[in-house]
Design a protein around this ligand. Structure first.
Ligand SMILES: [Zn+2]
Length: 215
């Protein structure tokens, strides 16, 4: 799919409208760093350390999301900072062309959304992020699994015995919940804003709700 970026300025930050020629839908997005320069970003699909084993994003790709998602991330960050933790963003807006490559690499729709089914991945609508916890000194902390670990250990409900992992995961989940995100049953790092439905065009929303078994 051929996509192109149309930069324009909003009152809050630089907004980039990612317009996909085939979708005929402009998705207004902001660079998370332009909203909160302190946010730690490590886009895993920009390097080889991901399930495809190669970079899927061009060098220098920013972490883009809907403006509302960015402001909710700032809220989550403020909550975490009270406890001397912060977010690290593993993925944000994901073009459908990249979702297609992931789908081909994984081919397991329990974990990777089929870009041709439903509305595809909610990452492609700028309403989902993948995030983990780090401490305020930017050091990693113990979490249940690494990113894109498609094993039972990646479930939202941690069943392991390590109390440190349990408390880190709980803190991430509470902060994201209080900032207005839903989690995902099989991927503890995946979060979607609670009102994501308002950002999908009606036809895409219908397909997404059918795919998710909601009406
Ligand atoms: Zn995700």
């Amino acid at each position: 799919m051929r996509c192109f970026n149309v930069p324009f300025i909003s009152s809050a930050a630089v907004v980039v409208a990612v317009k996909c020629a085939t979708a005929q839908t402009a998705v207004p997005l902001v660079d998370i760093k332009s909203v909160d320069p302190t946010m730690v970003i490590e886009l895993r699909y920009a390097g080889a350390n991901n399930l495809a084993g190669r970079a899927l994003y061009p060098p220098g790709t920013p972490a883009l999301v809907r403006p509302e998602v960015a402001s909710r991330l700032v809220t989550a960050q403020a909550i975490l900072r009270r406890y001397q933790y912060q977010l690290k963003i593993w993925d944000a807006y994901r073009p459908k062309s990249v979702q297609m490559q992931l789908w081909q690499a994984a081919h397991n729709n329990d974990y990777v959304a089929d870009p041709q089914a439903g509305a595809g991945s909610l990452h492609s609508w700028g309403v989902a992020v993948d995030a983990t916890l780090i401490d305020t000194w930017n050091r990693p902390v113990l979490m249940p699994t690494d990113f894109d670990d498609f094993t039972p250990a990646a479930m939202w409900h941690y069943r392991g015995a390590d109390p440190a992992i349990r408390s880190h995961l709980h803190l991430l989940q509470i902060a994201m919940r209080d900032a207005g995100f839903y989690g995902l049953r099989a991927e503890w790092w995946h979060f979607v804003i609670v009102n994501w439905q308002k950002y999908l065009p009606p036809e895409e929303l219908k397909r997404a709700l059918q795919a998710f078994g909601m009406r």
